[in-house]
Design a protein around this ligand. Structure first.
Ligand code: CP
Length: 337
């Protein structure tokens, strides 16, 4: 695809070569995310970072990525502080914000809202999550992490085994990651969820039609065996009618040190898009794995900055100019990270 000026709404936009290109540019962003070098390639550019649902990682890492490229960030962080709460339409909001910004990231609770917003925008829009539908930049950073983790085990994405665990019905990250994996070959998926929260049928069909192997199960311990990666998700309480309905499923599938050691391969990578629900009645990924070398959750969050820098660089067509607009930083303190 031609990234220049493109909206990023869905992983379905990508060919495999596009993903390779994003990952190549992400690799080149390492000196900047590590504060070894600083670049001002986006000096004067403004990101409109519009989050109409709670976020820590996506909002912060898109903002940091833009700042690390030398640009400025303006934010809206909830509906209450936006004129959407006064009845302003997505069309009007898009027309207005795109007059203030060079690129926009948007998160919104309604499926399809970011696509609708993008149609009215005069600048590129990146989907930061639209309801339970898609979270394309998360899928990219997840796959980038999987690639790096598997490389250190002499494995690759083609042919890998992955278990996805938890609320696969409402989890937009597993929807986008599964659909991104349609671009790869011979993958074994073990989808572990309560029956009522299983992966949408159309995604399972797409995986089967692409030649992947899919097993759906409620038996977590059996499902965890023989995987390169286990990808856990939280029960998405905000997508249920009320808390009591979510409580039915909370805490059903948990990974801790004992369960991991009993069932997983020694090299199985542990992933989670975060936030994990660390409350006692949920705790789908226990803190007793925090020091485990295969726990990749904070490598995922670090990689999010690289991948989001890559997206901005490609969309704003500066990927080849980042280095020439750079210099070594003088304030870096050894051991800061
Ligand atoms: N993974 C993710 O989307 O996290 P946030 O909700 O904190 O942005």
């Amino acid at each position: 695809m031609d990234f220049r000026g493109a909206h990023i709404i869905s992983v379905k936009q990508f060919e495999r070569s596009d993903v390779d290109e994003i990952f190549r540019v992400a690799d080149a962003m390492e000196p900047y995310s590590q504060r070894d070098r600083v670049t001002n390639v986006l000096d004067g550019a403004i990101l409109g970072n519009m989050f109409f649902e709670p976020s820590t990682r996506t909002r912060m890492s898109f903002g940091c990525a833009f700042n690390l490229l030398g640009g400025d960030v303006r934010e809206t962080t909830d509906v209450k502080s936006s004129s959407i709460s006064k009845g302003e339409s997505l069309y009007d909001t898009a027309r207005v914000i795109s007059g203030y910004s060079d690129v926009i990231v948007m998160r919104h609770p309604q499926i399809g809202s970011v696509s609708e917003f993008a149609k009215a925008s005069r600048v590129p829009v990146i989907n930061g999550g639209d309801g339970s539908n898609e979270h394309p930049s998360q899928a990219l950073l997840d796959l980038y992490t999987i690639k790096k983790e598997l490389q250190s085990n002499q494995r690759q994405i083609d042919g890998m085994h992955i278990a996805m665990v938890g609320d696969l019905k409402h989890g937009r990250t597993v929807h986008s990651l599964s659909q991104l994996l349609l671009l790869y070959k011979d993958i074994s998926f073990t989808l572990i969820s309560p029956h009522e929260l299983r992966m949408p049928e159309e995604i399972v069909s797409e995986l089967n039609n692409a030649g992947h192997k899919v097993v759906e199960t409620e038996d977590m311990e059996n499902g965890l065996t023989d995987n390169d990666t286990v990808y856990l998700t939280r029960i998405q309480e905000e997508r249920f009618t009320n808390k009591l309905e979510a409580d039915v499923y909370r805490g059903r599938f948990r990974l801790n040190q004992a369960i991991y050691t009993r069932n997983c391969q020694p090299n199985t990578v542990i992933m989670h898009p975060l936030p994990r629900d660390s409350r006692e009645d949920a705790n789908e990924l226990d803190n007793d794995l925090n020091q485990h070398p295969n726990l990749a959750i904070f490598r995922q969050t670090d990689n999010g900055v690289l991948v989001r820098m890559a997206l901005f660089s490609l969309i704003l067509d500066v990927a080849d100019k980042v280095e020439q607009a750079s210099r070594k930083v003088e304030w870096y303190t050894e051991g800061r990270f």
